[in-house]
Design a binder for this molecule. Structure first.
Ligand SMILES: Cc1ncc(COP(=O)(O)O)c(C=O)c1O
Length: 493
């Protein structure tokens, strides 16, 4: 007879009812053929005694198994493993199944080389260089949590807990329409805005809507790598134009337009990613004129609009767009914290309508409570107060970082002090390579990160972004010290 007693492991101090534990373990025994088809199961009283459980537990377990079709009950004969069950192929033991599920799919699927990105283990005592992110420790989490709690406890909020518009929460859209019209000089209505989970989702939706295979998109050399990857995934062909101290070279774009039909230009006009320069007024107008003349879309990614240290933020291209050529993307993810996935896509109504249709299939609902929270956060002035506060801190951090880099490391690195943003485009003297620096840095508990992503076209500009905003002043001192130790050790090699 089957040794029931040793086949079951029932835990009394878990939240799963005993009868369910028992039925799940029966199912495993049936699936792996330890209990073959037509095996007679012991009567409920006998099994209850064997396993030292209440008879009702076994009765409930058998009812569950009957309901699910694993066993059948034949009057006056007993309870048997269902003879109708096909044998489950290729499994030897439960362990084998778990192992194979974890490592490799038993079906083919599309894998894309271009999606591969380097990741780095988190090491204690290491300083990790980032490409310019906000300091999450400055997030006004108490204010946000208070607003969230207040909204969640309102009776009327119940209405927000079900499926609603695929354009995003109406109150957030209204709040953003007036906020963006006021702060960025846009002239949009509620019809021009779609809520996204961050700017990246805006780039993704835009790429899906714009590109067919081999459509041409113009980007800067170099460019924000995630945009390049998104466009390539959409099968667009990327053409690169130079970037100098005035941003994208629009004459080069015009030259391309005279020969080829381009579908879009991607631009981080405020602070070019990665070099941090601002697109000049002359080139802004030139680009807008070209887009009208040659009917292409301008994808304006305004990922760090709020962070300008020397002057007021420059109005986006979108604010001068009278014919409907600009798709404007932004979010609070850099401004408040990356974890709050609240972004927006601003465009002509027909484009927004189509983007909302696509959003349905990747994000049917969005996070209405968080969206309402941010609507309040914006309307109450909390967002502006937060920006004012962190802007001051980030300016001090930029100044300290640039001062120390000049005082301590000018023999190795050159850079322009960025007027805004959260990173310095740091050029390494050509006597050295980032590969050497990166390898040596590890010995000094410094992780340079994915430096290769800044020069995928092998232009040998020898520069990477070094973020400054996310480090306190002490951490900046530590970072520069480690970088100096790294460079000194390289000199001794
Ligand atoms: C240039 C640029 N665009 C877009 C994004 C994506 O931002 P979000 O977190 O809003 O999706 C980033 C994030 O680093 C960025 O640097």
């Amino acid at each position: 007879m089957f040794p029931y007693k040793t086949s079951f492991l029932l835990k009394r101090n878990t939240s799963q009812a005993l009868y369910l534990q028992l039925s799940n373990q029966f199912i495993t025994l049936i699936k792996n053929n330890t209990l073959p088809s037509n095996t007679k199961l012991p009567g409920s009283r006998v099994l209850a005694e064997m396993l030292n459980v209440h008879r009702k537990t076994v009765v409930a377990c058998y009812e569950e198994l009957l309901l699910q079709g694993w066993i059948v009950s034949i009057p006056k004969k007993g309870t048997f493993v269902n003879t109708d069950l096909p044998l489950l192929h290729y499994q030897k033991s439960t362990n084998d199944i778990v192992k194979s599920i974890k490592s490799k799919a038993n079906f083919s699927f599309k894998k894309s080389k271009i999606l591969e990105r380097k990741t780095f283990p988190e090491l204690t005592n290491f300083t990790v260089i980032n490409d310019g992110v906000s300091d999450h420790r400055l997030t006004p989490i108490d204010d946000i949590a208070r607003t969230y709690r207040r909204i969640a406890s309102k009776k009327s909020t119940i209405e927000q807990l079900t499926y609603k518009s695929t354009y995003g929460n109406i109150r957030l859209r209204e709040a953003l329409v007036s906020y963006l019209n006021e702060t960025r000089g846009l002239q949009i209505t509620i019809d021009n805005i779609l809520i996204t989970r961050g700017s990246q989702m805006g780039i993704f939706l835009t790429a899906i809507l714009l590109f067919k295979k081999d459509d041409l998109v113009v980007v800067g050399e170099t460019n924000y790598i995630a945009a390049d990857v998104t466009f390539s995934q959409s099968k667009a062909k990327i053409l690169r134009v130079p970037v100098d101290e005035n941003g994208l070279n629009t004459d080069a774009i015009e030259k391309i337009c005279k020969k080829k039909r381009i579908k879009a230009v991607f631009v981080t006009s405020h602070h070019h990613h990665p070099t941090t320069v601002t697109l000049s007024a002359k080139r802004r107008i030139h680009l807008l004129n070209l887009s009208k003349l040659y009917n292409f879309a301008i994808i304006e990614d305004d990922y760090d609009y709020d962070f300008n240290y020397n002057h007021a933020p420059i109005l986006p291209l979108s604010s001068h767009d009278s014919l409907g050529n600009v798709i404007y993307l932004g979010s609070v993810c850099k401004t408040v914290a990356p974890v709050f996935r609240i972004g927006y896509l601003i465009a002509p109504k027909d484009f927004v309508d189509e983007a909302a249709k696509h959003r349905r299939y990747i994000d049917r609902q969005g996070d209405a409570l968080l969206e309402l929270t941010f609507a309040e956060f914006i309307k109450s002035g909390d967002l502006d107060r937060h920006i004012k506060k962190v802007l001051k801190i980030y300016r001090q951090r930029r100044d300290l970082f640039c001062k120390l880099m000049t005082e301590e490391l000018s023999a190795y690195f050159s850079f322009e002090v960025p007027k805004g943003g959260m990173a310095v485009w740091t050029i390494l003297d050509k006597k050295y390579t980032w590969k050497q620096v990166s390898e040596t840095a590890k010995r000094h508990q410094l992780e340079i990160g994915d430096w290769e992503r800044y020069d995928l076209a092998n232009n040998n500009h020898n520069a990477i972004r070094i973020g400054f905003a996310s480090y306190t002043e002490d951490e900046i001192i530590e970072l520069v010290k480690k970088l100096k130790q790294t460079m000194n050790s390289l000199d001794f090699l």
